[in-house]
Design a protein around this ligand. Structure first.
Ligand SMILES: Cc1ncc(COP(=O)(O)O)c(C=O)c1O
Length: 368
């Protein structure tokens, strides 16, 4: 048997979905950018996230970048970011001309450690970006408490956690604004790039609508130097078709994760920890092992495709060499990057495939 890492063909060709009809509806409409599909998706997704405003944009990076810009963050400002995240979180800060200030994750997890945020705050700090890594919500109440003591904005990066819950509340409604990605492999994925910002702040949402469209509210009237970062009608129609399946898909992901957790409980892997007050959505199921590369090769020989999210820490990328963060300065982050391995997981993955992966992991772990 060969188990792929992800089966996007299966996800987008299920009988419950009719993406061809959604595409045909858009083609027939003659309206292709910022039309009725985008407006309807914004209303539906905002309501799903319990946010009063939703602004569709071109991708998750632009969702973060535009949110920072709309909050007035720019050159000379500092933004606290998780040291352990996908590099887009940092790049969005850099794109505004601000400086990302990394904070280490909690010891037994992947999310930023709220207790380490305060010591990273300076008079230049303007905001904190909390990333819900792999679909497990960050500790938003602790982050929010520190942020409000220092008058900082809180932005959620929800690229990996559509539909997850923290303390009974939906992520995407827990900070000043939240940035989503609808990249095809995400829990809610388009057939190309897409993104959105959710917020309860009407003024912020209005500014975002202007910024995403050349700084314009009315055609040929440019209020500020905005960008072109619009969500298109085709992607919005696809996302509207897929949104009603998101909760069931997340349930399916949770069932697979539960099977992994049970089947791998006595294997020499460090398994992902889930805090008691969250409902995760398992965008990725990530285990840790001190000899990760050997485990990965062995799993590949056994027919199991795995990936590494992410092999190189942001602070070790050449793009961030000017920050001058030396080896060993972010030890938890470096250790996590050297040990993580993502196992296959997608809604619709069969029990036989899950059990095959478990068995392969058991065999691979016996090699040590
Ligand atoms: C944590 C995180 N933030 C931001 C992004 C950026 O999203 P996009 O690829 O849609 O620009 C991603 C995408 O993978 C991500 O994982």
């Amino acid at each position: 048997m060969h188990v792929p890492f992800l089966d996007l063909k299966h996800i987008n060709n299920r009988a419950e979905l009719n993406l061809s009809d959604a595409a045909r509806r858009v083609i027939a409409s003659g309206s292709y950018v910022l039309g009725p599909e985008v407006a309807a998706f914004e209303a539906e997704f905002g309501s799903y996230c319990s946010a009063s405003e939703c602004v569709g944009v071109s991708n998750g990076f632009d969702a973060l970048y535009l949110t920072l810009r709309a909050l007035g963050i720019g050159p000379g400002d500092e933004v606290i970011v998780p040291a352990f995240t996908f590099v887009a979180t940092w790049l969005a800060v850099s794109q505004c001309g601000a400086t990302p200030i990394p904070v280490e994750p909690v010891l037994d997890g992947f999310n930023v450690d709220p207790d380490r945020i305060e010591s990273a705050i300076t008079p230049r700090t303007r905001a904190v970006i909390a990333v819900h890594m792999y679909g497990i919500p960050a500790n938003m109440s602790a982050i929010g408490l520190t942020a409000s003591r220092f008058n900082l904005k809180v932005i959620e990066d929800v690229a990996q956690a559509h539909g997850a819950m923290f303390s009974g509340r939906r992520v995407g409604s827990l900070g000043d604004a939240a940035a989503f990605s609808f990249y095809p492999g995400k829990n809610l994925g388009a057939l190309g790039d897409g993104g959105a910002i959710t917020t309860d702040d009407l003024a912020l949402a209005s500014r975002l609508r202007v910024l995403r469209n050349y700084g314009s509210r009315r055609k040929y009237e440019h209020l500020e130097a905005g960008v072109n970062a619009r969500l298109d009608e085709l992607q919005a129609a696809i996302l509207r078709e897929k949104l009603p399946l998101l909760d069931a898909d997340n349930d399916s992901r949770r069932k697979i994760a539960a099977r992994y957790l049970e089947g791998l409980a006595d294997v020499e892997f460090v398994l992902p920890q889930v805090p008691s007050d969250v409902v995760p959505v398992w965008h990725l199921f990530v285990v840790r092992h001190h000899d990760r590369n050997r485990v990965q090769s062995h799993l590949a020989e056994l027919g199991v495709e795995t990936l590494i999210h992410y092999p190189v820490p942001c602070h070790r990328q050449r793009a961030y060499s000017q920050l001058g963060i030396g080896v060993g300065e972010l030890p938890l982050t470096e250790k996590i990057h050297s040990e993580v391995l993502s196992l296959p997981l997608w809604p619709g993955m069969s029990e036989t495939q899950v059990d095959f992966v478990i068995e392969a992991c058991r065999k691979a772990a016996r090699n040590f």
